[in-house]
Design a protein around this ligand. Structure first.
Ligand code: NAI
Length: 335
């Protein structure tokens, strides 16, 4: 039976990478009945609804989404729909595997990096609670709860146990934010105690950032609050070839939305330059979620074969191919 999946192309490079991903997925032979819904900056401005009802209804129905990026205005305008969607469906675990792609020439290419970042996805400074106290004085509230901290920690440890990972590192700033990050850390420690076979350590976020670029090999599974997760995952992406190659998933108890780490990349949008690999690898995560395990492995291997060959890569990773050319090369490998 076909899987029903909500497709949100988004805006900027979103429609280009979504189209490439759609044709690659079709070539896997997995039957997907797409419900395509629009979610983009223009529509939000026109309708005034931050998440249009058709998007909510569709994800409610299908419970699985594949999503391109959506532009969020900076320093004003509507609230982030990305944050809104994650909150609406309680997609609390943002899972971002960061792996060296064999054949891709990066500074750490010979190290075979393989880490997975678990970013808490529903609270922290992304709660969006901001006030102007008096003129020229504003506050942003950082919300940390036991419920959200414990469940992201448990997601990280469960993942580590299932995938036979050796270590979970929690990243924090509890030396300064003693109450909020202190609670986050306490929750991580309590959960860690239930997984004695998995090593557990803690790093302050500034040191973790330095270690990430100087000794990234030490990282296995990482867990952290929302803001550090946002920044550290872009940082880690930079080690393995950039935002064009790093996938992600937003997972809740009842719904899941798969999307790359990158944004709408307005600087290259509409020119066929975008690398669809990040969304294609996000769709590999989606295939696993849908229990299409052999198709997921075949697609992952087809992507890797194209990178090993190195003839059909996009400009961000040193090639000359267009978005659709790399997709066609992946499809050729699938066949
Ligand atoms: P960005 O991720 O869109 O771009 C950063 C840099 O990486 C740019 O130079 C871009 O060209 C490059 N890049 C990103 N994805 C690429 C790809 N697939 N192939 C080749 N190069 C790629 O980040 P930026 O510029 O900070 O944000 C742009 C917009 O995207 C903002 O409105 C932001 O709010 C939104 N955004 C949306 C996200 C989402 O929908 N999940 C996530 C992050 C940002």
């Amino acid at each position: 039976m076909a899987h029903r999946v909500t497709l949100i192309p988004g805006d900027g490079i979103g429609p280009e990478v979504a189209e490439a991903t759609g044709k690659v997925l079709a070539a896997t032979g997995v039957e997907i009945d797409w419900e395509r819904v629009e979610l983009n900056e223009r529509l939000i401005r026109e309708t005034g609804q931050s998440i249009p009802k058709p998007v909510i209804d569709s994800i409610e129905r299908t419970r699985v989404g594949l999503k391109g990026p959506v532009t969020t205005p900076v320093g004003g305008g509507f609230q982030s729909v990305n944050v809104g969607l994650r909150k609406k469906f309680d997609l609390y675990a943002n899972v971002r595997p960061v792996r060296t792609i064999p054949g891709l020439n990066t500074r750490f290419a010979d190290l075979s990096l393989d880490m997975v970042i678990f970013r808490e996805n529903t609270e922290d400074l992304y709660a969006g609670i901001e006030h102007e106290v008096v003129n020229d004085v504003v506050t942003s509230l950082k919300v940390i709860t036991r419920k959200a901290s414990a469940r992201i920690a448990r997601s990280a440890f469960e993942y580590a146990r299932f995938h036979h990972r050796k270590k979970v590192t929690s990243v924090h700033k509890a030396n300064i934010m003693k109450l909020s990050d202190g609670l986050f850390l306490r929750c991580c420690r309590e959960v860690a105690a239930e997984y004695p076979e998995i090593a557990y350590n803690e790093l302050i976020v500034d040191n973790a950032s330095m270690q990430m670029v100087s000794k990234p090999m030490q990282f296995d599974v990482l867990v952290m609050p929302n803001l550090y997760g946002d920044i550290m995952s872009d940082l880690a992406a930079g080690l393995v070839g950039g935002l064009g190659v790093v996938p992600g998933a937003n997972i809740g108890d009842n719904h899941a939305v798969f999307e790359a780490v990158h944004g709408s990349a307005p600087d290259i949008a509409g020119r066929g330059l975008a690398n669809p690999t990040a969304l294609i690898l996000s769709s590999v995560m989606m295939l696993r979620h849908l229990q299409e395990l052999s198709a997921a492995t075949r697609l992952q291997e087809a992507v890797e074969a194209v990178y090993r060959e190195g003839k059909s890569l996009t400009p961000d990773v040193g090639g000359k191919a267009s978005t659709s050319e790399i997709a066609d090369a992946i499809i050729a490998k699938l066949k």
